[in-house]
Design a protein around this ligand. Sequence first.
Ligand SMILES: O=C(O)CCC(=O)C(=O)O
Ligand SMILES: [Fe+2]
Length: 288
Amino acid sequence: MAGGRILAPYETLSVPGAAGNRLGRVHLCRCWSRDTCRWLVRAADASDGWGTDRHASVPTTDLEALAVPELRAWLARETRETLFPTLARLYGFAPAELHYMDLFVVRYTAERGADAQRGLRPHRDRSLLSFNVALSDPRAFDGGGTQIDALGGNAVRPRAQGDLVVHSGKLRHSGAPVTRGTRDLLVGFVGVHSPTVDLPFLRSLYAKLNVQGVERDLAILRRALRGGGGGADPDAGSHGRTGGAVDDDDAAVDGDGGGRGGESASPQRARVGLPPVALAELHMSSAE
Ligand SMILES: O=C(O)CCC(=O)C(=O)O
Ligand SMILES: [Fe+2]
């Protein structure tokens, strides 16, 4: 399909110690207009699909984005033409090697309420790559941002509404608490099926457990890429293929619900199904 656009980052942060490993880079890009974000939030607000039970181990107040009829075709096209080509370029994969493990709208708010959530505790996502698009104007809230342990310091906060933040989901991170207002995000968990990725390792418990420590992050990033500078890590090697977790195959996109890959070694499966049609669409490459 014609008309694809690959976004160029306006800022790139590198995890100290990740050396040449591209998974250690966190990128911020301009992505969508303010009007587009407002439209997305309006459509999400009008949906009755909001819940708190889609991610068992690290729950968020969220909504499965592809289940909203008005959003589905548009998101599929943006994914095919912009998001996947951009992620693929930034991390050295082909767009066709990427697939969604989940795509959802999250709402953090400083207000009190039954389902209100101010932030998200530290975790690793199930996905090798994760992104979020800021659907709220940064002036509409205080606090917030994506706090990545290995970067230290402040949370990553994009400049403007509609900006995209991309990082490896295997870097332990949290959603910094919102102290005023509301912060809406579109979050994507993106799996990668590539000969250059060590999927059995990524499915192992070693790569999934919510253990704190930048060394663990670095070891996971090294082992995640075949020949990516990690082959000689004895610690990762001793754990790498033992967890098995064969039943947690991220290839089965319609069956990998449950947590973000936190402490739960047996996420509740098949609760977050993406419709097969959408998957077929999203697997399509832009025929470069
Ligand atoms: O709040 C953020 O910026 C991060 C969200 C996140 O990590 C997640 O939804 O898994
Ligand atoms: Fe996350």
